[in-house]
Design a protein around this ligand. Structure first.
Ligand SMILES: [Ca+2]
Length: 148
């Protein structure tokens, strides 16, 4: 009886070892995929201009992921905190700097000034426990956005 119980356990361990390498290679399930940091035209601080600054966050996994309490921050510690919110499998959401009506695909930070520096900055995505999930840095004035 003891021997028969050990067999399924050994099979499970083997299955986990086989499944692990592709999961690690894929990176975090929730990723920062783009930062549009230098909104077009002059930085007039109009709401339209503020909202032309944005970050894309994608759920690259095959499952809905709850991001309630997660934060997106720049290097100067401006911080957006997600309310009760989930990102469906494979979907990308946009976090815009200015004000607007937040929905399932676009969230508005509600800032009255720009968050993302036009030359260099780092975006950090942390879970509700403060663990770093993903980050993306840029350092260029030649382009207006960074594909992460
Ligand atoms: Ca900017």
């Amino acid at each position: 009886m003891r021997t028969r119980l050990l067999v399924p356990a050994a099979v499970s361990v083997g299955a986990l070892l086989v499944a692990s390498p592709p999961a690690l290679a894929a990176g975090p399930a929730i990723q920062i995929t783009k930062i549009y940091y230098d909104s077009p035209g002059k930085d007039t601080r109009s709401n339209t201009s503020l909202n032309a600054e944005y970050v894309w966050i994608k759920n690259t996994s095959s499952k809905t992921v709850a991001v309630t309490g997660w934060t997106l921050a720049d290097a100067s510690r401006h911080r957006y905190t997600f309310p009760a919110f989930s990102i469906p499998a494979g979907k990308t959401i946009t976090i815009r700097t200015g004000s607007g009506k937040s929905g399932t695909s676009t969230r508005y930070w509600g800032m009255g000034n720009y968050v993302w520096n036009n030359d260099r900055d780092t975006a950090s995505l942390r879970n509700a426990g403060g663990k770093l999930i993903d980050s993306c840095s840029y350092n260029s004035t030649k382009v207006s956005y960074k594909i992460c």
